[in-house]
Design a protein around this ligand. Structure first.
Ligand code: RB5
Length: 165
């Protein structure tokens, strides 16, 4: 249990539903506060809807970490990494789970419900939740990602202004 984590928000699509339920049980056993953004069953849903809800909760500081699960983890990765300030990291092994915290300060863990088994997923979650960001040279690199966000924002504004002419 990492006492620095106040709350974890979690969601999936239908393909990640079973693993989401298992991860929630694991997190509660470990003593974490968890908010489940759904879905409530394994009926077919669209992963962007659920990815957006978790990304928004992190950006609005309703929780400091998020977990997302779809079939491969790819759809959720594409969705959340469109949001400036979100560093969503797809993990299928413990090394990546550790390094994405130490080097990338990951704030959303993404897994594939059709890729990893429950035992491995729980270990990935544990590693990801208990590993700290190293800072140092990695801070500069994250700042460069934030600079890219600013450049894209300005480019988008320019396109809008041109569109108005
Ligand atoms: C759903 O069939 C599947 O496409 C989805 O869970 C995910 O893997 C998308 O990337």
């Amino acid at each position: 249990m990492n006492p620095l984590i106040d709350k974890i928000v979690i969601a999936s699509d239908h393909a990640g539903y079973d693993l989401k339920e298992s991860v929630i049980t694991y997190l509660l056993q470990e003593g974490y506060e968890v908010e489940d953004f759904g879905p409530k069953n394994s009926d077919s849903v669209d992963y962007p809807d659920y990815g957006v809800s978790v990304a928004k909760a992190i950006l609005e500081a309703k929780a400091n970490r998020g977990i997302l699960i779809c079939g491969t983890g790819i759809g959720m990765s594409i969705v959340v990494n469109r949001f400036p300030g979100i560093r969503g990291t797809l993990c299928s092994d413990l090394y990546t789970a550790k390094l994405c915290r130490e080097h990338n300060d990951s704030n959303i863990l993404i897994m594939g419900g059709r890729v990893v088994g429950k035992g491995l997923a729980h270990e990935i979650v544990k590693t990801w939740l208990t590993t700290s960001f190293e800072g140092g040279r990695h801070t500069k690199r994250i700042e460069k990602i934030e600079q890219i966000d600013e450049i894209i924002k300005r480019m988008t504004e320019t396109v809008k202004i041109r569109g108005d002419v």
